[in-house]
Design a protein around this ligand. Structure first.
Ligand code: URP
Ligand code: ZN
Ligand code: ZN
Ligand code: ZN
Length: 468
């Protein structure tokens, strides 16, 4: 048996903070005990490895419940593979990610899932799981949903956006929700009115409006709010829970809050880009705005306060990245003369834990809330808890030693994501990952990568553990 002790740090979970030592046996947390207690001192004597966590936070590894690695989209594919993307995740203190396997039109769910296993098998530095994108709702794919839930792919993303690609109509969405109501699956919704947006795109281009900033204008706030409202009603009719992904508009967050206050199982996620960036970035000159093209789009700065408030009141529950990187050179440039051809998506898998810690530094959220929205709730929401998302006896020893006082400047020159720009270039942050354990193995050790492709394991998930 291998024994590691993490000694002298401040252990922070969503539930509590304590000056405790952590005993790890064979990749799992075996026990916690007060620092300097006889119990903890006894562990140190018999340990194979003692990590000195003095002056650091000892937190659960991050759980990023929304990533797109090696994702074919917008006429190209996202630039991080499972190898590069999971390595960057480790650097940023994220030890579990849930990526979106894709059902293509005319294809079975199984074929999409097999392809995602083939892309990721033996490639990952940290543990991973899959959601399934449903882009062809029919009798066969509805039946397949039951099989997937039973084998640990328990959530399904549907889109009211991207007509001709991932779009489903209201009837298809209702059918998928009814199926999920019966089999325990969780429907995840990309809520934007795609057909209406397509009309506005056509009109913008006809008027000669080709710049990236028009991406934000045509994907109107009210078309996010409307689709959020509509799909919440569909979920009510189906009797199914609903998780709305990448909420960016205050009006959409309000729809979720209203549903929750009525006691419904409606949940919402936002992403760092909506909390820290705005339409000011989309308006950057010389096509630089293309770096910030994602959907839902960045919003005017005023929306940020509403999203932070919703995170504090638990009207939004999760912050994930929607990491979907495309290089500026050669990929974002596909839309130089037409914003609608810019591949949609932004990098961020490496930055999420640090950006949210910065919000702790600035007094926007508490330390425990940081861990709740970035680790514990995503694990609960997607059936990974308490294996992931906390530090408790029996949990996987996915543990980050985090220096809350380290200063860093975010830059593409130093990041580990396979993309040629950073959305947060030059941003100064307080706090940095020092050491990361994945099932007890150091994958980052004193700011050196010590992991390997293939260490990360595929994790079949249970069903949502967050239902009211
Ligand atoms: O712009 C984005 N979000 N790209 C990834 C696909 C999606 O809709 O999540
Ligand atoms: Zn989406
Ligand atoms: Zn509320
Ligand atoms: Zn996404």
């Amino acid at each position: 048996m291998s024994r590691t002790v993490v000694r002298g740090g401040l252990v922070i979970t969503a539930a509590e903070e304590m000056h405790a030592d952590v005993l790890i046996e064979d990749g799992r947390v075996a026990a916690l005990a007060a620092h300097d207690s006889a119990t903890a001192d006894g562990w140190t004597a018999g340990a194979d490895r003692v990590l000195d966590a003095t002056g650091t936070y000892v937190i659960p590894g991050g759980v990023d419940a929304h990533t797109h690695l090696d994702f074919p989209f917008g006429g190209t594919a996202s630039s991080d593979t499972f190898e590069t993307g999971t390595r960057a995740a480790a650097w940023g203190g994220t030890t579990t990610l849930v990526d979106f396997a894709v059902q293509s039109r005319g294809q079975a769910l199984r074929a999409g899932l097999d392809l995602w296993h083939a892309k990721s098998d033996a490639q990952c530095a940290v543990d991973y799981a899959f959601h399934m994108i449903l882009s062809d709702v029919n009798e066969h794919s509805l039946k397949e949903m039951d099989l997937l839930v039973a084998e640990g792919v328990t959530s399904f993303k549907l889109f009211t956006a991207y007509p001709g690609v991932f779009y489903s109509d209201d009837g298809q969405i209702l059918r998928a929700m009814q199926r999920a109501a019966g089999n325990g699956g969780l429907v995840m919704m990309h809520a934007e009115n795609g057909p209406a947006i397509d009309v506005l795109v056509e009109q913008a281009l006809a008027a000669g409006h080709t710049d990236p900033r028009y991406h934000g204008e045509v994907r109107h706030v009210l078309l996010e709010a409307e689709a959020t409202h509509r799909t919440i009603q569909l979920a009510r009719v189906a009797g199914a829970p609903l998780y709305v992904v990448h909420v960016s508009a205050e009006q959409a967050a309000d729809e979720i809050a209203r549903a929750r206050h009525a006691g419904l199982n409606v949940f919402g996620e936002t992403c760092p880009q909506y909390l820290f960036l705005s339409t000011d970035n989309l308006a950057e000159p010389d096509f630089e705005g293309a770096k910030y093209v994602c959907s839902t789009p960045l919003r005017p700065r005023e929306h940020q306060a509403a999203l932070w408030r919703a995170l504090r009141t638990n009207d939004l529950q999760v912050v994930s990245t929607d990491h979907c990187p495309f290089c500026f050179r050669g990929q974002k440039e596909l839309g130089r003369d037409d914003f609608s051809k810019i591949p949609n998506g932004m990098p961020g898998i490496e930055n999420r834990m640090d950006l949210l810690h910065q919000a702790v530094v600035e007094g926007r959220i508490s330390r425990r809330r940081w861990i709740e929205i970035a680790c514990a709730t995503p694990a609960r929401m997607f059936g990974l808890y308490p294996k992931k998302g906390t530090i408790a006896p029996g949990s996987d020893a996915d543990i980050v030693l985090y220096d809350p006082h380290a200063e860093q400047t975010v830059s593409a020159r130093t990041h580990h994501m396979n993309v040629d720009y950073s959305a947060y270039e030059g941003k100064r942050l307080t706090g940095q990952v020092v050491t990361v354990l994945s099932r007890g193995e150091p994958v980052i050790d004193g700011r050196e990568f010590t992991g390997r492709a293939g260490h990360g394991q595929y994790i079949p998930r249970g069903t949502c553990q967050y239902l009211m």
